[in-house]
Ligand binder design. Structure first.
Ligand code: THU
Length: 132
């Protein structure tokens, strides 16, 4: 299924709104992410930290759960923002998670403009590399 062209302003606004719901008592950095799905749905996530620091969940991880729980599909565009509205780039692990769920063509809001995952995570390892 193909979605309409991403409304980047709406995606960024939803990312900020999600960030403001974060649980980030340790780092103090609220992170939110919003993703457009190929059926037109919008899914969001926020970081959820833990007193055992290494167990904290990035915003992209909780968005991955929301994607599945709300009906699945493929991510076509993603924006990540702080609670203050600053653009944030997904960390390396989260780029891999976005690649899994959106593939090389998924668009990402970056400081250099909107770029495809193929540039945000070049030569990514992915499902196509597995046998069978
Ligand atoms: N964080 C995310 O939620 N996503 C990222 O891609 C990078 C980092 C969170 C993890 C932690 O709760 C906080 O930002 C500070 O590192």
């Amino acid at each position: 299924m193909s979605a309409a062209a991403p409304d980047w302003q709406a995606l960024r606004q939803e990312a900020v709104r999600a960030a403001q719901l974060a649980y980030a008592p340790y780092s103090g950095l609220q992170v939110g992410v919003a993703g457009l799905v190929d059926d037109g749905r919008l899914v969001t996530g926020c970081n959820v930290e833990n007193a055992s620091y290494g167990l904290g969940l990035c915003a992209e991880c909780t968005m991955a759960g929301q994607l599945r729980l709300s009906g699945g599909g493929r991510l076509v565009a993603v924006a990540c923002r702080s609670g203050a509205g600053d653009l944030l780039m997904p960390c390396g692990r989260c780029r891999q998670i976005l690649f899994e769920l959106g593939g090389a063509s998924c668009l990402v809001d970056t400081p250099s403009g909107v770029l495809p995952m193929s540039q945000v995570l070049p030569d990514a390892f992915g499902p196509a590399d597995l046998p069978g």
